[in-house]
Ligand binder design. Structure first.
Ligand SMILES: COc1cc(O)cc(C/C=C(\C)CC/C=C(\C)CC/C=C(\C)CC/C=C(\C)CC/C=C(\C)CC/C=C(\C)CC/C=C(\C)CC/C=C(\C)CC/C=C(\C)CCC=C(C)C)c1O
Ligand code: SAM
Length: 327
């Protein structure tokens, strides 16, 4: 079994506090460090940075992580209200459907990567609690001669109310996690829930640890999607399930036209009016257009080693749920 990877630490690097993550992909640290023991290499020998996209902008892979970090740092406080406004609440239904598809069993250990403000984790806790309570009621009804004390004990044990299920929320962004923790406190979620700062591309967990890995509206923001998928495969137990909820390609031409108008003409305006942040919401709609199609993403999941990979389109393919198993 691999040694547990260290959790993110925080380092000061020129542009204020930036996450310095384990394992040596330290883009922001590297950007303010000489490129070798003898300082900067002559220009001709300088390795050209690999390019990627940040929305429709072309940036170096090293820049992308920092830019994505700034986006979510900026939107964190208004994130939940923006989602309800922009989607007219539809994102809640998509997230519920992800949980119904997962249909966790008692004792499920879930890792929710890019978990942000906790929407998937809270739904998971509600789901397993309701499931456990139904089971407990059935058992209590079936048992004869129980004392009132024994019955009350069963109802009061908070830890046990989840039937051993637990969820770990992992996100790279300190501000998103902070908002998530505040929401958890306000809603009274305590048992079975943990928050970890970490990068989807280099998860701070042992191999074969979780039954289910979820990532909702997160993988689109990751620089090396293939690496994140490999990490998902590594941390899942054999038999474990990968589930991804993400924007995808619309399969109805009329919906597609309306969707484009709404995305490019309305969303950034809402971003500016509600969150005072046009650019982050422009990034959102552009990043959706850069994300691979349903079939392309399915292949990427298979390339990471997952089996029985399938997907289901929701709302004409505006979003899709991909599923795969580590067998
Ligand atoms: C910075 O990064 C991010 C920030 C975030 O806050 C969130 C995320 C990640 C995203 C989520 C967690 C999910 C929640 C967020 C969204 C769904 C926002 C993204 C929105 C889009 C890409 C556009 C598509 C949105 C939807 C399908 C949701 C439903 C919205 C409507 C039905 C729109 C209704 C609005 C109006 C009627 C207002 C007037 C609109 C116009 C004048 C423009 C023309 C538009 C239309 C006629 C209707 C639009 C129709 C469609 C969008 C498609 C048809 C829909 C169906 C078939 C149901 C993050 O990364
Ligand atoms: C659109 S939010 C989704 C939050 C939540 N899953 C939901 O459905 O509401 C995207 C999240 O991905 C996180 N993220 C971006 N890149 C990441 C990475 N490399 N590793 C972990 N989280 C990342 C962001 O910090 C942000 O919280």
């Amino acid at each position: 079994m691999a040694a547990p990877r260290s959790l993110a630490v925080w380092g000061l690097c020129g542009r204020g506090w930036s996450p310095v993550l384990p394992g040596c992909r330290l883009p922001w640290l590297r950007s303010c460090w000489p490129s070798g023991p003898l300082g900067a290499r002559p220009f001709s020998q300088e390795k050209r940075a690999t390019e990627t996209h940040f929305g429709f902008e072309t940036v170096s892979e090293e820049e992308k992580g920092g830019k994505v970090y700034q986006v979510f740092e900026s939107v964190a406080k208004k994130y939940d209200v923006m989602n309800d406004m922009m989607s007219l609440g539809i994102h809640r239904v998509w997230k519920d459907l992800l949980l119904w598809k997962m249909h966790p069993f008692p004792g499920t250990q879930l890792l929710d990567v890019a978990g942000g403000t906790g929407d998937i984790a809270f739904r998971f806790l509600n789901y397993v609690q309701a499931q456990h309570q139904r089971k407990q009621k059935r058992q209590l009804r079936a048992q004869q001669n129980l004392s009132w004390e024994e019955i009350a004990k069963k109802y009061q044990n908070q830890e046990d109310s989840l039937g051993g299920s637990r969820v770990m929320v992992c996100d790279i962004n300190k501000e998103m996690l902070k908002m998530g923790k505040q929401k958890a406190c306000a809603r009274g979620y305590k048992a079975g829930l943990a928050w970890v700062l970490g990068d989807a591309e280099e998860l701070p967990f042992d191999d074969n640890k979780f039954d289910v890995y979820t990532i909702a509206f997160g993988i689109r923001n990751v620089t090396h999607i293939d690496q994140a998928l490999q990490e998902a495969h590594r941390v899942l137990k054999p038999g474990g399930r990968f589930l991804c909820l993400e924007f995808s390609q619309v399969n109805n031409p009329l919906v597609s036209r309306l969707y484009d108008v709404y995305s490019f003409q309305v969303i950034p305006v809402l971003g500016e009016v509600i969150a005072g942040d046009w650019k982050s919401y422009q990034y959102l709609v552009e990043s959706i257009r850069q994300f691979p199609s349903q079939e392309e993403f399915k292949e990427m999941i298979e390339d990471a080693g997952f089996q029985k990979v399938t997907y289901e389109n929701l709302t004409s393919g505006i979003v899709a749920i991909h599923s795969g198993f580590k067998l």
